[in-house]
Design a protein around this ligand. Structure first.
Ligand SMILES: C[S@@+](CC[C@H](N)C(=O)[O-])C[C@H]1O[C@@H](n2cnc3c(N)ncnc32)[C@H](O)[C@@H]1O
Length: 423
């Protein structure tokens, strides 16, 4: 199965699909890489699993080529965005909603601002809170079918982020500074209509040749929900626990809190801490059982070591479960990176190769490519706020600059392969 491996293409400006930018989501696989991997491994009718599907770029790319795809993610917001992209919503209905928005905005709907759960911080102004309540009430009166409801809910979630005081540059939950807050005059209604218009302009690019089913589940529980086996696992797992990568649970929870008020939508609000806690490595600390120093050069005792080993062990268990879902001869391709914890890189690529080899799979292709168009600085200082100059000088760390694409093939006969290796 699959095509001959060619080199993955470099990221280039404007090589993306605009629907991918319809709703922000952290750590998205670059569009061109998603397409390139799908072109390499996905054929019509093949079953494809992305167990860490995020906002669904890999799934969309695989399904565009006729793959029958399943996505898993612990974050209900990721599931919502991916399902909305995959939904066969009626453009005519969405266009009508856009047309009616302006009238609805002036029609004296509820005037109480919505109150967010689980936070005492004011994340938007009274006016924006009131507009959000009005949009929700108006949509609830429209009695939409599921496909259109998914699209509308995603646009509402993105509009909330646009109009809120949540800083837009990252997913760690920070409020904008005072000055930007008082300058921010974007109406939630205007942004909602714009987001829907963006969807209308770009939805045709994304007509699926295959299918996409999404489940809110841990990747390690894939066997419980994803019935059957897969020809291809195409994924990009987190590169560390949620503190190492992006703590996006709290920001996701605010989006979910708003959209979960839409009647008929199954995507429930869950607290941010629960989202972060169910991400890889987020569970209770456990005693390290791996040879940590092979994969991370930090201190073997202390909180950093516990975080890294929890994450790696969780990742290892998950790989084991996922390989069990792979057809003999199937492909397991993953995009990973080396995040830094306490100033030292976690060699996730080497750990993945070790784990997969222990499961009888060998890395067929290992490719590296430079990250481009990155919004982060090339270096950060972990101790930027330290009073002592020496400590500040020691805190400078380069940010991640490359992604590594690992491709494994499940042997047709694992036992035979193991015997051959033993010889
Ligand atoms: C790197 S992002 C995936 C990016 C995605 N492939 C894309 O292109 O948009 C990682 C995703 O894994 C999810 N995740 C983290 N731990 C998980 C777990 N144990 N099971 C399932 N999903 C998990 C996160 O919620 C996040 O959406």
């Amino acid at each position: 199965m699959g095509r001959e491996a060619g080199a993955v293409r470099p990221t280039t400006d404007g090589d993306g699909t605009r629907l991918s930018r319809w709703h922000p989501y952290p750590a998205m696989v670059p569009d061109d890489l998603a397409r390139s991997l799908a072109e390499r491994w996905v054929l019509p009718g093949k079953r494809v699993l992305d167990p860490f599907c995020g906002s669904g770029r890999l799934l969309m790319a695989a399904s565009a080529l006729g793959g029958d795809c399943v996505g898993l993610d612990v974050n209900p917001l990721a599931c919502l965005i991916t399902e909305a992209k995959a939904a066969a919503a009626s453009k005519a209905v969405i266009a009508e909603i856009v047309r009616d928005c302006a009238v609805a905005a002036r029609s004296g709907l509820p005037s109480n601002s919505i109150t967010l759960r689980g936070t005492t911080v004011q994340w938007f102004s009274e006016t924006i809170g009131m507009e959000l309540a009005q949009i929700i009430s108006w949509i609830n009166g429209l009695d939409l079918e599921q496909a259109e409801l998914l699209v509308v809910a995603t646009a509402l979630s993105a509009a909330m982020r646009d109009a809120a005081w949540i800083r837009k540059s990252g997913w760690k939950l920070h409020r904008m500074g005072e000055a930007s807050r008082s300058n921010g005059r974007l109406s939630a209604w205007t942004s909602f209509a714009k987001r829907l218009t963006h969807y209308l302009e770009n939805a045709d690019q994304h007509r699926l040749a295959g299918s996409i089913d999404v489940y809110r589940h841990r990747a390690s529980a894939g066997a419980d929900v994803a019935v059957g086996t897969f020809d291809v696992v195409l994924t990009s797992p987190p590169y560390g626990d949620s503190r190492t990568t992006v703590q996006y649970g709290a920001a996701s929870a605010i989006c979910l809190d708003v959209v979960s008020r839409l009647i008929g939508l199954e995507h429930r609000y869950i607290p941010g801490s629960k989202i972060d806690g169910s991400c890889l490595g987020g569970s209770k600390p456990i005693a390290p059982e791996i040879d940590l120093k092979r994969f991370w050069a930090g201190s073997p005792v202390g909180e950093g070591a516990i975080r890294v080993s929890n994450f790696l062990m969780d990742f290892g268990v998950t790989c084991r479960k996922l390989v069990g879902l792979l057809e003999p001869g199937g492909i397991f391709a993953m995009v990973v990176g080396r995040r830094s914890v306490r100033g030292f890189r976690v060699k996730l690529d080497e750990f993945a190769i070790t784990e997969m080899e222990a499961l009888g799979l060998t890395a067929q292709i290992v490719e590296r490519r430079q990250l481009q168009n990155k919004r982060l600085p090339r270096t950060i200082n972990r101790f930027a706020r330290a009073a002592c100059e020496d400590q500040r000088a020691s805190g400078r760390t380069k940010t991640m600059h490359e992604e590594i694409i690992l491709t494994f093939r499940n042997p047709l006969h694992k036992q035979l392969a193991r015997m051959a290796q033993a010889k």
